[in-house]
Write a protein that binds this ligand. Structure first.
Ligand code: IPE
Ligand code: IPE
Ligand code: MG
Length: 254
């Protein structure tokens, strides 16, 4: 008889918070001879599928990268297609997200965004603020460096206003990040085969597991997310400590 694993995986083994760099929309479209905008449109469908699949996999928070502070360097028509992601997804799906218990938070800088997008963001956050079942964070006009700078500046402003004293520490800086209040990021996933963070969640990445998948974002959904969960459960998170007894070694025995 096969010996049972010591700790059979259950949905409570995590990951609870999965962050996704949704990459490969352009390549998906180009491979089909379609305009890149079609890739972004299909990317919205993939995001819907992924949000729907997450709770049954034990995930209660998803953070997705929708538009980086560097994406402004793309041609103007593509920038406006990407702005359309918010209009088509957040605006049109708000009622459903609200009904399904999803709290929507938009991470990133608001100044510089079109006024109607800011209005959609504010409405989405206000209308879903009471929800607690699931959190969807969309990083939009977001950069990890900008977020850390903004958190530090918040502390400086509070010190100058006499509301805070003392040297800045990790806990204080963390409380000023746009992800403050969300559970710790367990795993950061990048699709499309690229292996870099591209300025996503730099602070939060400190001890997150990293998973790279070859799937292009418009093809994403339940199966790819389930694969992330499985990979995560085979990792041994040490946080600088010692290996958990019985955990699979990172290097295969030779
Ligand atoms: C990701 O797909 C979407 C965003 C950057 C918003 P890309 O547009 O980067 O697609 P590729 O990397 O060119 O294939
Ligand atoms: C990161 O992807 C940004 C988003 C997915 C929103 P990019 O496609 O912009 O990143 P690089 O340019 O390949 O590093
Ligand atoms: Mg890309």
């Amino acid at each position: 008889m096969l010996s049972k694993p010591l700790h059979p995986a259950t949905p409570t083994d995590g990951p609870r918070h999965v962050a996704l760099i949704m990459d490969g929309n352009g390549r998906w479209a180009e491979a089909r001879g379609l305009p890149r905008a079609m890739g972004h449109r299909e990317g919205v469908q993939a995001l819907k599928r992924t949000v729907e699949a997450a709770p049954a996999l034990g995930i209660n928070c998803l953070t997705v990268f929708g538009f980086s502070t560097e994406n402004w360097s793309r041609p103007a028509d593509e920038v406006s297609d990407l702005m359309g992601l918010v209009r088509t997804y957040v605006a049109s799906d708000l009622k459903r997200l609200e009904r399904e218990g999803v709290k929507v938070r938009i991470l990133g800088r608001r100044p510089g965004l079109p006024a109607d997008i800011v209005a959609i963001i504010e409405r989405a956050e206000a209308q879903t603020a009471h929800n607690e079942k699931f959190t969807l964070q969309v990083a939009f006009n977001y950069g990890g460096r900008a977020d850390i700078v903004d958190a530090a500046q918040r502390h400086v402003d509070r010190v100058l206003a006499g509301e805070a004293t003392g040297p800045l520490d990790e806990k204080t800086l963390e409380a000023g990040l746009s992800t403050a209040g969300a559970p710790p990021v367990d795993v950061i996933v990048r699709t499309s085969g690229e292996q870099r963070l591209s300025n996503f969640l730099l602070w939060e990445a400190a001890y997150a597991e990293l998973v790279y998948q070859n799937v292009l974002w418009p093809d994403y959904g339940h199966d790819a997310l389930a694969d992330v969960v499985e990979q995560y459960r085979n990792r041994d998170r040490r946080f600088g400590g010692r290996a958990t007894p019985g955990a699979a070694p990172a290097l295969a025995a030779v």
